[in-house]
Design a protein around this ligand. Structure first.
Ligand code: UDP
Length: 309
């Protein structure tokens, strides 16, 4: 049985990753400062003898008595609303936090996984996005605190691999949805669901022609787990290639919830990427991975969660 340290464990994706690691027989030390994570996301794991939670800010050094085998650095504000509210913390967790977690992996000769992001591609001029594309990021725009933080995190991860031989892995995660998303984190999935369930108009930013591709969280976690155990060092895209416009997505939410609330237009946020779709050729080839959960099914699970909370 191996010992895994997960930063950001009380977050949306981090908490699902803890579930998977425990199901695979690992012991989990969960770290989170609860800036944007929620204890509720891991409440069901309390009492599991293989699960331990520590309230900890990963930009500070961490002392762990056990021999660590796996380090999963998943901590970061991740929704535009959250990282615009916490830009300094976002830059810190991607820079100082990544360094601390890499030091932990180095000291323990542990495998290291960084959850990076499709935001590394910025507002992409290559479509769909392949891992070899270097991106189109505004370094001083409002989203730069997240994009550049993750780009730095990737760079320091590669530096620890090249300089110290740490066994590192980098996932570039595209839009992901599912239970345990924060209802008020501003992202389009919880926003539209909340609005539809309460009979409020769906807020379309811009003309709604911008595209996204939505991956259900269990598919993502499966890709992350496969990557963690692989030999791949360079970034791997993980996401669902099914692309749609935000207007099409609004219609899907209306159909799913059986509502016909109107759409209202709000200004498009600055630097909002116009299109996003992962090229997952690499993940298919080296991880034998591709998403399995259809959008309609994933959205049904998600809306059940939001109805229940
Ligand atoms: N969006 C929208 N209405 C909302 C929230 C988001 O039209 O209430 C749009 C947003 O402008 C973006 C897309 O939906 O083009 C996805 O936004 P989200 O914040 O979920 O994630 P992003 O992909 O931008 O990180």
């Amino acid at each position: 049985m191996s010992y895994a340290v997960v930063s950001g464990a009380a977050g949306f994706v981090g908490s699902h990753m803890c579930d998977r690691l425990l199901a695979e027989g690992h012991t989990v030390l969960a770290l989170d400062n609860l800036l944007t994570g929620a204890e509720r996301n891991i409440a069901h794991l309390r009492g599991n003898p293989n699960f331990h939670f520590r309230l900890h800010d990963v930009t500070r050094p961490v002392e762990i008595q056990a021999k660590v085998d796996l380090v999963l650095h998943m901590a970061s504000p991740a929704s535009p609303k959250d990282y615009l509210e916490f830009p300094i913390e976002t830059l810190d967790v991607g820079s100082l936090g990544t360094r601390m977690m890499l030091e932990l992996a180095l000291a323990n000769d542990a495998r290291f996984l960084l959850t990076s992001t499709s935001e590394c591609y910025g507002d992409p001029t290559v479509h769909p996005q392949v891992e070899t594309y270097w991106g189109n990021v505004n370094p001083v725009g409002p989203r730069s605190c997240y994009d550049e933080s993750k780009r730095f995190a990737e760079a320091i991860t590669m530096a620890y691999h090249r300089k110290h031989g740490v066994k590192t892995h980098i996932a570039r995660i595209f839009n992901t949805y599912g239970p345990r998303m924060k209802l008020n984190d501003g992202r389009v999935v919880p926003a539209f669901m909340d609005q539809a369930l309460h009979g409020n108009p769906l807020t379309i930013f811009g003309d709604g022609s911008q595209t996204r591709s939505f991956c259900y969280v269990s598919d993502l976690v499966d890709g992350l787990y496969r990557l963690l155990l692989s030999d791949e060092v360079f970034p791997v895209n993980l996401g669902n290639p099914r692309e749609m416009t935000i207007l099409q997505f609004a219609t899907a939410i209306q159909e799913l919830t059986g509502t016909s609330t109107p759409l209202i237009r709000l200004p498009l946020p600055e630097d909002d990427p116009k299109q996003r779709q992962p090229d997952i050729t690499k993940a298919r080839a080296i991880l034998g991975w591709e998403p399995r959960v259809p959008l309609e099914e994933g959205l049904r699970h998600t809306v059940e969660y939001f109805r229940a909370i």
